[in-house]
Write a protein that binds this ligand. Structure first.
Ligand code: PMV
Length: 322
């Protein structure tokens, strides 16, 4: 099954026309508390396991889309026109190819993100989520959030979770066509829970999460234990959210992230997103925890870290120094 089959299932006509000149939408980035690592279907971005995330409401992507009279799409990122041969443009153009319809539309995509791009802070998640929301507005499809989540997922897996604020679960699903693999919000309110990005590295990562997942699944013996751990961590995370148990949430998220990186380290060849600075921050946080300061870390496919803590003026001040 191909991506275009999914688009045609959700948007069965081939004569959609834009209902306005330009449409703009915002999507927040999301940080997984229980990670998605490994695809059961590479083409459709179907995950091996479910995952739970927290959206960082003020950090994300604002994307506008307009139909243009041109031979090529125009891709603009943070006010800079991107080379059509760049990986960034190619990925977006490949996604737009799914939405050309009868008229073979060409688009100008203008995206502003307020987080580093491609360095493991989920810029592709908010990027693809904002893009599908903008397409939905431009054409006035009025798709449901579930349908939009599936369409965002075929752009980037974790984008399926970027359509909501707060806590979100992405169901792995079991169908081959992935129509049961979408995200939905979890109804827990915890405004005091904070997640702060520690940007240690802004350069693009050397190995994409897609390649890193492939390599982990193909060669890491530790990965055999991963699906069972995630099943357990999903239960613990729901329990932590239900009881507002910060220590359970932090400990589960940190252990889950480190286990994901352990699977990668055991790949052949090893995949290592840690820099000396990343490790130094882990050691600092572990030491602070021993002193009774409630901080936990999580890390995605990059050197950057995210600190989990609950609202506290002292901690805000301390973290702003890092
Ligand atoms: O959606 P992708 O291909 O960017 O993969 C994201 C993978 C992690 O960020 C490492 C984990 C996650 O669940 O977001």
């Amino acid at each position: 099954m191909k991506k275009i089959d999914i688009v045609q299932t959700i948007l069965p006509r081939n004569d959609y026309t834009p209902q306005q000149k330009i449409a703009q939408q915002y999507a927040p980035t999301n940080i997984a508390l229980v990670k998605y690592w490994g695809k059961r279907d590479l083409e459709l971005n179907l995950p091996v396991t479910s995952s739970i995330s927290l959206s960082l409401d003020k950090l994300g992507a604002t994307t506008s889309i307009a139909v243009i009279e041109s031979k090529d799409d125009e891709i603009i990122l943070n006010k800079k026109l991107q080379d059509n041969n760049s990986n960034f443009s190619r990925r977006i153009v490949e996604y737009l190819n799914l939405f050309r319809f009868n008229n073979n539309y060409r688009y100008r995509i203008n995206t502003e993100v307020n987080i580093p791009v491609a360095s493991g802070v989920a810029s592709s998640a908010c990027g693809f989520a904002a893009l599908i929301l903008a397409l939905n507005s431009l054409f006035n499809w009025q798709l449901s959030k579930q349908q939009l989540s599936i369409l965002a997922r075929i752009g980037s897996g974790s984008a399926a979770r970027s359509l909501w604020e707060g806590f979100v679960i992405w169901h792995a699903g079991s169908q081959a066509n992935g129509m049961d693999s979408f995200a939905e919000p979890l109804n827990y309110q915890w405004p005091e829970l904070k997640c702060k990005l520690l940007t240690l590295e802004t350069a693009a990562k050397k190995i994409s999460s897609r390649e890193a997942m492939l390599q982990t699944l193909a060669s890491s013996t530790l990965y055999n234990a991963w699906p069972a751990q995630v099943t357990q961590d999903l239960k613990l995370m729901e329990q932590a959210l239900q009881n507002k148990d910060f220590h359970l949430l932090g400990a589960t998220a940190e252990n889950n992230a480190l286990s994901m990186h352990a699977c990668m380290l055991a790949a052949k060849p090893a995949i290592c997103y840690f820099t000396p600075q990343t490790l130094a921050i882990y050691q600092l946080v572990w030491k602070l925890r021993q002193e009774g300061i409630a901080l936990y870390l999580t890390q995605d496919a990059g050197a950057n870290l995210k600190v989990l803590y609950t609202e506290d003026k002292m901690l805000d001040a301390l973290l702003s120094l890092l």
